[in-house]
Design a protein around this ligand. Structure first.
Ligand SMILES: [Zn+2]
Length: 461
């Protein structure tokens, strides 16, 4: 009895066990299968990398690459993705700096429930972002390559990339700014050239030609041949007082941006047409209102000869074929206008012709008047008070009747620079040097906002 008492709970326990485990108690009774054919686990992953790297972030010799992972999974459990570039684990969908060259990127997807892991990969070719171009310096005899110069690129926040000009004048600069709409370019020149500074449009950055200015210039031809003068571009660009507000290297306003005209005549021939009374030329819409006599024209041409000798321009009346094709200068006599004046016809680049309007017949023989207006009309010069000059105006002192070495040397540099611009198909070289000289002299931020475009565009921002 005591033994039975002890066994009862055990027996009871056994009954409970058998009841709960009916299958085990009845091994011959078949169990209906619920899921005997498991659905295969299917996990795929896909990588995507941008075909072009983010423009604003692109830099060289590194570029920012963003790797993205996508996946599909036919189960409901969680999937985690991971990305790496080469052997380096990186966060997915976050820009990562990579070196220029071939870059293998990988993404993986892993099921947290089963550990199933799949991988995809992609090869990205990261290209360098280069600003390429050429630098030369205008000289009195042609040009030279400033091999000791640096070309520097940046934006309004500062300059960050640079390169040195190679022996053949070309340069190739790794720059994070290559794909910006415009880039701030500076040239730290060698000892013989003025520094350069300005903004360049992105369309120029594959073949940017920078034509620097020398710090001195020796006149090669004409009355002042052999004379050397220091070139001070700040002086050449300094405007005279109101109301003239022109500088020797003249500039013009266009759409709020300031451009210096660096136009030049394409020939050294200044052939003249004295406009008959009542005749006008359509470009400027003015016509002589008085008769220019033979004596007037002879006197004008005689008075102009010192100018011709100094600036090495042949000044004479046009032949008949030249009248149809290549007039350099039109002379008007209009007693009603305010004062003698002169200017060039057309443009911010090369000009086709100039005009001189004489108010008083006496001016045909007045050296001060004729030389001054020829400076405007044949050379495209403005005014200056920075040296004794035929182009004095609003200076509070008398206009001299002689020509000065500075007049000729600065005008020759302008012409030489324009010759090189034609050769290399570029624009606005002098303004870049004026800008650089201005900043070097005064440490100010540049006063001008320049964009370099080719001759087909006039520097429209
Ligand atoms: Zn003037």
């Amino acid at each position: 009895m005591p033994l039975m008492s002890r066994l009862r709970p055990a027996t009871c326990a056994a009954v409970v066990f058998l009841s709960a485990c009916g299958g085990g108690a009845e091994p011959n009774h078949p169990v209906t299968p619920v899921d005997t054919t498991p659905i295969p686990e299917k996990l795929t992953v896909s990588i995507s990398v941008p075909s072009t790297l983010l423009p604003d972030l692109q830099t060289y010799p590194y570029a920012l690459l963003t790797v993205k992972a996508g996946y599909t999974y036919n189960k409901s459990s969680a999937v985690t993705t991971a990305c790496r570039i080469g052997t380096q684990a990186v966060p997915c969908e976050v820009p990562e700096a990579v070196a220029v060259g071939k870059v293998w990127s990988y993404v993986s997807a892993r099921s947290e429930a089963t550990g199933l892991t799949v991988i995809d990969s992609a090869l990205t070719i990261v290209k360098p972002a280069l600003i390429k171009g050429r630098a030369v310096v205008a000289t009195s005899t042609g040009e030279y390559v400033p091999t000791a110069s640096y070309v520097i690129a940046g934006d309004s926040a500062g300059f960050l990339d640079s390169t040195i000009v190679s022996a053949d004048g070309t340069f190739s600069m790794s720059s994070r700014f290559r794909l910006k709409n415009r880039v701030h370019i500076a040239v730290r020149g060698d000892a013989g050239m003025a520094p350069m500074l300005g903004w360049v449009s992105s369309v120029q950055l594959d073949s940017l030609t920078l034509i620097g200015s020398p710090k001195s210039f020796t006149q090669q031809t004409g009355t002042f041949a052999g004379q050397t003068r220091a070139i001070d571009l700040v002086k050449a660009a300094t405007v005279v007082p109101s109301p003239s507000i022109l500088s020797y290297y003249p500039h013009a306003q266009n759409g709020g941006a300031t451009y210096f005209s660096v136009g030049a005549p394409k020939t050294r021939l200044g052939c003249v047409v004295f406009m008959p009374m009542g005749q006008r030329i359509s470009e400027i819409g003015i016509s002589s209102t008085d008769i220019i006599t033979a004596a007037d024209s002879i006197q004008f041409l005689a008075t102009a000869q010192p100018f011709a000798k100094a600036f090495s321009i042949e000044i004479r009346t046009c032949t008949q074929p030249e009248r149809d094709q290549n007039v350099s200068l039109y002379i008007f006599l209009i007693p009603a206008v305010g004062g003698d004046n002169g200017g060039v016809i057309a443009g911010y680049a090369d000009f086709t012709a100039g005009q001189v309007t004489i108010v008083n017949r006496q001016s045909f023989g007045d050296s001060a008047a004729v030389l001054h207006e020829l400076g405007h009309a044949l050379l495209g010069l403005g005014h200056t008070c920075m040296w004794d000059s035929i182009m004095l105006s609003s200076c509070g002192r008398y206009i001299p009747s002689g020509i000065y070495a500075e007049d000729v040397v600065y005008a020759s540099l302008m012409s030489r620079t324009r010759e090189l611009e034609r050769k290399y198909h570029t624009r606005f070289s002098l303004p870049f040097s004026i800008n650089g000289a201005w900043v070097e002299r005064f440490g100010l931020s540049e006063e001008m906002n320049l964009l370099v475009l080719d001759e087909n565009g006039r520097g429209v921002p």
